[in-house]
Design a binder for this molecule. Sequence first.
Ligand SMILES: Nc1ncnc2c1ncn2[C@@H]1O[C@H](COP(=O)(O)OP(=O)(O)OP(=O)(O)O)[C@@H](O)[C@H]1O
Ligand SMILES: Nc1ncnc2c1ncn2[C@@H]1O[C@H](COP(=O)(O)OP(=O)(O)OP(=O)(O)O)[C@@H](O)[C@H]1O
Ligand SMILES: [Mg+2]
Ligand SMILES: [Mg+2]
Lengths: 227, 227
Amino acid sequence: IVELLGVWKIYHMGRRGRITVEALRGVDLAVRRGEFLAVMGPSGSGKSTLLHLMGCLDRPTEGKVLFEGTDVSTMRSAALARIRNRRVGFVFQSFNLSPNLTALGNVELPMVFAGVPRRERLARARELLSRVGLRERERHLPAELSGGEQQRVAIARALANFPDLLLADEPTGNLDSETGHGVLSLLSETNVEGVTVVVVTHDPEVATAAKRRLRIRDGHIVEASDA
Amino acid sequence: IVELLGVWKIYHMGRRGRITVEALRGVDLAVRRGEFLAVMGPSGSGKSTLLHLMGCLDRPTEGKVLFEGTDVSTMRSAALARIRNRRVGFVFQSFNLSPNLTALGNVELPMVFAGVPRRERLARARELLSRVGLRERERHLPAELSGGEQQRVAIARALANFPDLLLADEPTGNLDSETGHGVLSLLSETNVEGVTVVVVTHDPEVATAAKRRLRIRDGHIVEASDA
Ligand SMILES: Nc1ncnc2c1ncn2[C@@H]1O[C@H](COP(=O)(O)OP(=O)(O)OP(=O)(O)O)[C@@H](O)[C@H]1O
Ligand SMILES: Nc1ncnc2c1ncn2[C@@H]1O[C@H](COP(=O)(O)OP(=O)(O)OP(=O)(O)O)[C@@H](O)[C@H]1O
Ligand SMILES: [Mg+2]
Ligand SMILES: [Mg+2]
């Protein structure tokens, strides 16, 4: 469903861009439809960068990203926007919730953009919030939620438009083991339903539940193992 | 060093405040000088709320918080500010870095407020960034840092003014196990140096390294165990 070919991501900093940070160095990766892939590696090794490229939220400096066989760089912005809104669900490492919308409003937001009628999106949003154990927090603003509650709202939001590809950046980092197990079950169930799931994680339990694992170090994929 | 007596924290929401969220319910807790205490519990159980009260960043709805025997509610704002800036180091669950300052600038900031001369604070900031493995990232803004790098900057910043009390809210949540071990060593060393450390964590390794553990559930302390 998504493929990276010879992908580099290089940041330039400092006056005249003389300082270079190579976040990804020549990455080749094919994610097959229906996979459940775990990405692990040290802090700063390039995992979030990789995930953003997969979700078409960012462009490579060199190389290509193919989404269902089409080179993302050749797509018009309307097509890209549709991919991001309807085909891909993204759980950000720092959640990126809209601060002025409630938990419910945040989960509804992608559906608003997709033109889903109000009654349907309210029902869907409430169902998703229940699945992450937050039905009683639906009226809270992000600032009125605990860290782990914000994380769960972000997960619910990512599933709102029935995406084909779910990209989750460390989705259990702020959760105790019981709540984390609940999220892991949700990811597994979603995968069983046919959604391709790529999860960046430091949690060995999440990695074990995935069907394939790969490790990143210094912007390179250094090992991959299949179940 | 800090004591909670009969502490309640109640949030009021909705029109006329008719919805009540009891984040903490009658908490009694004494943290002794030099302790290394781990606080665990489910997402939403009140851990961050507890930590904010300990660090004098928030006030209880009922009950008292004593800092070194003095009721915090009787302190003038200048005395409170001095506690927060020089006596307490706080690592926030969502980091709360200043977005317009570099990693170095963020670690320097508490020292600027404490009137530390420039040469001394630069040296201290660089030493702390090295200790968390981020010397090469000192010129990056928070948006140019990975999640785990931002977390480590927050940890370095909390130690800048040689606090007596270090309060860390899930400081390894975004870190792989090797980097997390580095942070845990730093917390242990800091405790050996005489700093009282209270860490909220979901990580069993961090909890094991602490000398005392307590659990929170639904705003109550439900169990405590000593080493
Ligand atoms: N400003 C607020 N208004 C209303 N409710 C709030 C507010 N802040 C926090 N809460 C609620 O208080 C409860 C405790 O929050 P707290 O942040 O202390 O939890 P926590 O134990 O740190 O959770 P986590 O492990 O997810 O970080 C949560 O259920 C949360 O929804
Ligand atoms: N805008 C930027 N400018 C410069 N460097 C950047 C920028 N964004 C990220 N980096 C650097 O690129 C590297 C990879 O970042 P990335 O966020 O992908 O790491 P990560 O593997 O997700 O780490 P973590 O586990 O800590 O979240 C990091 O070392 C980071 O400092
Ligand atoms: Mg990351
Ligand atoms: Mg918390």
